[in-house]
Write a protein that binds this ligand. Structure first.
Ligand code: NI
Length: 172
């Protein structure tokens, strides 16, 4: 396993639409292992493959609290089915938008169809933080960041600050 560098906005690669995985083989599992290690190291609760520069429809996630046992989840080719009409608001953050947290409204519940670590088809009914996190990560597979759900004013302000920080970091 290896920790991979995480892309940060406004890196244009984050706007790419990721392609479906044809089969969950050892290469895909090795990528998922790296992604999980990268996510734990960051630390974060979810990571999409495009965030480490791989445009494939793969997500890893672990929403267990700090006092709980680790509970890694793997989603290959995830699809949202039946998003609920009732909405919920969470304060979201993202490893590709470091240090910024904003409220985003999304369907409170959804069903997710995906392939697991072994390539077996699964269906999961998600609500609460799990539902929000899955929707946030699937957005990444479609080239969408949580800041794309904000007003243009807020989004531009965040992107300006991120660009400034990247300039300063590059100058060091
Ligand atoms: Ni994210």
């Amino acid at each position: 396993m290896a920790i991979r560098p995480i892309l940060t906005a406004p890196d244009p690669r984050l706007k790419q639409i990721s392609t479906p995985v044809e089969s969950v083989d050892d290469d895909v599992r090795a990528l998922m292992d790296d992604m999980l290690e990268t996510m734990y190291d960051a630390p974060g609760i979810g990571l999409a493959a495009i965030q480490v520069g791989v445009p494939k429809r793969i997500i890893v996630m672990d929403i267990a609290g700090p006092e709980e046992e680790p509970a890694p989840r793997y989603f290959v080719n995830p699809e949202i089915l039946d998003p609920s009409e009732d909405l919920t608001v969470y304060q979201e953050g993202c490893l590709s938008v470091p240090e910024f947290y904003e409220e985003v409204e999304r369907p409170a519940k959804c069903r997710v169809k995906f392939l697991d670590y072994d390539g077996n088809p699964q269906i999961l009914d998600a609500e609460g933080l799990l539902a929000t996190c899955i929707q946030h990560e699937i957005d990444h597979l479609n080239g969408v960041l949580f800041i794309d759900h904000l007003s243009r004013l807020k989004r531009d302000r965040i992107l300006r600050k991120l660009k400034k920080e990247q300039r300063l970091a590059a100058a060091e």
